[in-house]
Ligand binder design. Structure first.
Ligand code: NAD
Length: 262
């Protein structure tokens, strides 16, 4: 017999191979949940799965692109076949995409960011909700300070719009799904040390940057250092558990005060 606050529960985490998704999946696994690890890169997912089983947790890698309807449908069906239920969804997969002046940002670049961050969140929630409706559950959407508190990241229009859209979805669905005992909340991280910057493209920053000067860096509570994926995973764990049973429709900023500054 296992133990942990989430023993017997099943969670799905998207973007579980890296950064915030990986840390959240490991934290959920440590608390006894069986975790579906959805992501684009199977090698990354395998490594997260190994980490979870090292802590005697259960995990199942699910290779899929969240912006693809059929792949996402199939991944969630596979998870249900394996574990038989779903209680917790962490819709986390996302990209920074291209940050560029609006007159230089290409339509296909706009589409890619919105496809992964917003359509991907919609598709994941869309296919997960029928299973969550059976027993109730918790949906946690990973948004950002961008688009919610912060509008000074140079050229980040498509990204900010996708992240603002996720918070709108959180609030709309909190009401729609309350009758099914499904809570829906968002976490809005500030700068967190992960791999997200490795694939982004920033163009003509000099044209779009808003100078923001702070004597101790951009994250007030740490004296400037970025947060860690574990800092965000702590909040994901809280929102996944019954300890947050009266919280729904709420964005929680995990940014060390950065979003208030800029
Ligand atoms: P990361 O790049 O380290 O991890 C993201 C994961 O998502 C990767 O494993 C990647 O393969 C996966 N992924 C990307 N596109 C996908 C797709 N189409 N389908 C399936 N999987 C896909 O990034 P991270 O920093 O951990 O980002 C996670 C979330 O946190 C994102 O939604 C991001 O916008 C948000 N966020 C991050 C920061 C930060 O500073 N790192 C700040 C605010 C918000």
């Amino acid at each position: 017999m296992g133990s942990g606050a989430l023993w017997g529960k099943v969670a799905l985490v998207t973007g579980a191979g890296s950064g915030i998704g990986r840390a959240s999946a490991i934290a959920l696994g440590e608390q006894g949940a069986s975790v579906g690890l959805l992501g684009r890169t199977s090698e990354e997912l395998e490594m997260t799965a190994v980490e979870i089983s090292r802590g005697h947790g259960k995990a199942c890698p699910l290779t899929a692109d969240v912006s693809d309807e059929n792949q996402t449908r199939r991944a969630i069906a596979t998870l249900i076949e394996k574990y038989g239920r779903l209680d917790i969804l962490v819709a986390n997969a996302g990209i920074n995409g291209v940050w560029a002046p609006i007159d230089d940002l290409k339509p296909e670049e706009w589409d890619t960011t919105l496809a992964v961050n917003l359509r991907g969140t919609y598709l994941t929630v869309h296919f997960a909700v029928p299973h969550l409706k059976i027993r109730g559950g918790s949906i946690i959407i990973v948004s950002s300070i961008n688009g919610t508190r912060t509008f000074t990241s140079p050229g980040a229009t498509a990204y900010a719009v996708s992240k603002a859209g996720q918070v709108a979805m959180t609030k709309q669905l909190a009401l729609e799904l309350a009758r099914h005992r499904i809570r829906v909340n968002a976490v809005c991280p500030g700068e967190i040390e992960t791999n997200i910057n490795s694939t982004m493209d920033v163009r003509s920053e000099d044209e779009t940057q808003i100078p923001v000067v702070w004597p101790e860096g951009q994250v007030p509570i740490t004296g400037g250092r970025p947060g860690t994926a574990g800092d965000v995973a702590e909040v994901v764990l809280f929102l996944a558990s019954d300890r947050s049973k009266h919280i729904t429709g709420s964005p929680i900023w995990v940014d060390g005060g950065q979003g208030l500054l800029r």
